[in-house]
Design a protein around this ligand. Structure first.
Ligand SMILES: Cc1cc2nc3c(=O)[nH]c(=O)nc-3n(C[C@H](O)[C@H](O)[C@H](O)COP(=O)(O)OP(=O)(O)OC[C@H]3O[C@@H](n4cnc5c(N)ncnc54)[C@H](O)[C@@H]3O)c2cc1C
Ligand code: SF4
Ligand code: SF4
Length: 371
C-alpha cells in the first residue's frame, strides 16, 4: 500500500468531515490535538509519510491485509467477522457490582488481565461531565471507575500513544470498532519501523452501530437538563427506541429519532458493528440488560476468557440461537448499507491518481456482502 502523510489526512479525512475523533493521530506529534471531541491540526506539517495517515481508520483501510496479519485468514465479509465462538457473559463474584453498562464483562476481563500481569496498563474511556476522556489505568481497582458507555466518540487512542511514551508495552485496550481498526493498523507496523513489537496484550472491542457528535449532544441536552448531574446514559436494545438519561434517581427518556440526528455522517460509512479485529468483542445481549454478548476471536482472547471464568471473574453461558441469528442480521445489515454508501461515493478500491480509497476489499467479497 502506498503511504501518505498529514497533508493527505487533512484532505481526505478532516477536510471532508469524515474524522470520527478516535485519537489515533493525536499525541504522536505536537501537531494533531483533540478539542471538545474534534480533532484539530495545529500546524501544516508536510511529512510525506506519517503514522497519522497510516493509522487512520477512515482512509486506505485494507481489510484483507489486516485480517491476514491478525488472524492469518483472508477477509471474507462475514457479518460478525472471523471468530472462534460466540457466548454470553457477565462479571463473576470476584468483581464487585458497579455502574456497568450491561453485564460488566469488559471491566471484569480487563481487571483479570491486569491483575494477572497479561497487560501492564489499560487504555480506557472515562468521562468528565458529558465529555468522554481517555485514561491510562495501571491498577485493577481503578478500572471500574471507567465502566459504562459514553455514547460520543472519544479520542481514546491518544492515551495509547501516551502510554507507549510512558514506557508501557503490553497494553489492554478497550475501543469501538473504528478505534480497534486504527489500533490494528498500528499493530501491523505500516511504516516498517525497526525493532517494532506489538504493544498490546488484550484488545477488547465494543459493539457499535453509531456514536453521537459530542458538541451537538452537549448543546442538545443542555437545553433540557443539568448535564453535570447525569450519572448514566443507556440505550436499551430494540424495540425500545429510546435513550435513557439517569439524573440521580430520575430517568429521562429521549426518542432515538432525536438522537440519530446528532450522529456524524462518518458513522454511515462504517461497515463494522462488532469490532471485528479485536481479541474479544462485547455488546449488550438483547432482552437481557444484565448480560453481554461475547465474541471470542483469537487464541489469546480465548485463553484469557477461559482463565477469567475459572478464577471467578466471569460467568459464561451459551448464546440462545435466536439472539445469535438476530445479531448476525443486524451486523450484516450495517455492513451492507455502509458498503453500498462507500461504493456510491466512489471511495471503494479507487485507483485514479489523487483519489485515495476509504476501504480496500476484494471484488468477490464485495459481491458476497452485497448479495
Ligand atoms: C459509542 C458506543 C456505541 C455502542 N453501541 C452498541 C450497540 O449498538 N449494540 C451493543 O450491543 N452495544 C453497543 N455498545 C456497547 C455497550 O454499550 C457496552 O459497552 C458493552 O456491551 C460492554 O458492556 P459492559 O457491561 O461489559 O461494559 P462495562 O464493564 O461497563 O465497561 C464499559 C467499557 O466501555 C469503555 N467505553 C465507554 N465509552 C466508550 C467510548 N465512547 N469509546 C471507547 N470506549 C468506551 C470504557 O472504557 C469501559 O471499559 C456501544 C458502546 C459505545 C461506547
Ligand atoms: S486517526 Fe482518528 S482522530 Fe485522526 S483523523 Fe483519523 S479518524 Fe480522525
Ligand atoms: S459507527 Fe463506526 S465510525 Fe461510528 S463510532 Fe461506531 S465504530 Fe466508530
Amino acid at each position: 500500500m502506498k503511504l501518505y502523510g498529514p497533508t493527505e489526512l487533512m484532505e481526505d479525512v478532516l477536510g471532508k468531515d469524515l474524522c470520527i475523533g478516535c485519537g489515533a493521530c493525536i499525541d504522536l506529534c505536537p501537531y494533531f490535538r483533540s478539542h471538545r471531541g474534534k480533532t484539530r491540526n495545529l500546524f501544516p506539517c508536510t511529512l510525506a509519510q506519517g503514522r497519522c495517515w497510516a493509522y487512520c481508520p477512515k482512509v486506505e483501510v485494507d481489510l484483507d491485509e489486516l485480517s491476514r496479519n491478525l488472524f492469518d485468514k483472508p477477509y471474507q465479509g462475514d457479518p460478525l467477522g472471523y471468530n472462534l465462538e460466540v457466548k454470553i457473559s457477565k462479571a463473576g463474584e470476584k468483581i464487585s457490582s458497579s455502574n456497568f453498562q450491561a453485564g460488566g464483562t469488559v471491566t471484569a476481563l480487563m481487571s483479570f488481565a491486569l491483575s494477572k500481569g497479561y497487560i501492564d496498563a489499560v487504555v480506557l474511556t472515562d468521562r468528565e461531565g458529558l465529555k468522554p476522556v481517555p485514561r491510562i489505568v495501571t491498577k485493577p481497582e481503578d478500572i471500574i471507575s471507567c465502566s459504562s458507555s459514553k455514547y460520543s466518540a472519544a479520542p481514546t487512542l491518544s492515551a495509547l500513544n501516551q502510554a507507549l511514551k510512558n514506557g508501557h508495552n503490553h497494553l489492554g485496550v478497550v475501543g469501538t470498532p473504528c478505534q480497534v481498526l486504527a489500533l490494528t493498523q498500528m499493530r501491523s507496523n505500516p511504516l516498517g519501523e525497526e525493532n517494532f513489537t506489538d504493544p498490546t496484550g488484550l484488545v477488547v472491542g465494543l459493539f457499535c452501530t453509531w456514536s453521537i457528535d459530542f458538541q451537538r449532544f452537549e448543546t442538545f441536552l443542555s437545553k433540557q437538563m443539568d448535564i453535570e448531574k447525569i450519572t448514566k446514559i443507556d440505550i436499551p436494545p430494540p424495540p425500545a427506541e429510546i435513550m435513557e438519561i439517569y439524573i440521580q434517581d430520575n430517568k429521562i427518556g429521549i426518542p432515538l429519532d432525536e438522537i440519530r440526528k446528532l450522529v456524524p455522517d462518518t458513522c454511515s460509512y462504517c461497515i463494522d458493528m462488532s469490532a471485528e479485529f479485536s481479541d474479544v468483542s462485547v455488546g449488550v445481549l438483547e432482552g437481557r440488560p444484565d448480560m453481554n454478548t461475547l465474541i471470542i476471536r483469537t487464541q489469546r482472547g480465548k485463553q484469557i476468557v477461559e482463565e477469567a471464568e475459572k478464577e471467578g471473574f466471569l460467568l459464561i453461558d451459551d448464546i440462545p440461537q435466536e439472539n445469535l441469528e438476530h445479531l448476525k442480521w443486524a451486523a450484516g445489515n450495517k455492513k451492507k448499507k455502509a458498503l453500498l454508501k462507500v461504493k456510491q461515493q466512489k471511495r471503494l478500491n479507487t485507483t485514479e491518481e489523487g483519489r485515495r480509497a476509504y476501504l480496500r476489499i476484494y471484488p468477490e467479497t464485495i459481491e458476497q456482502i452485497l448479495s
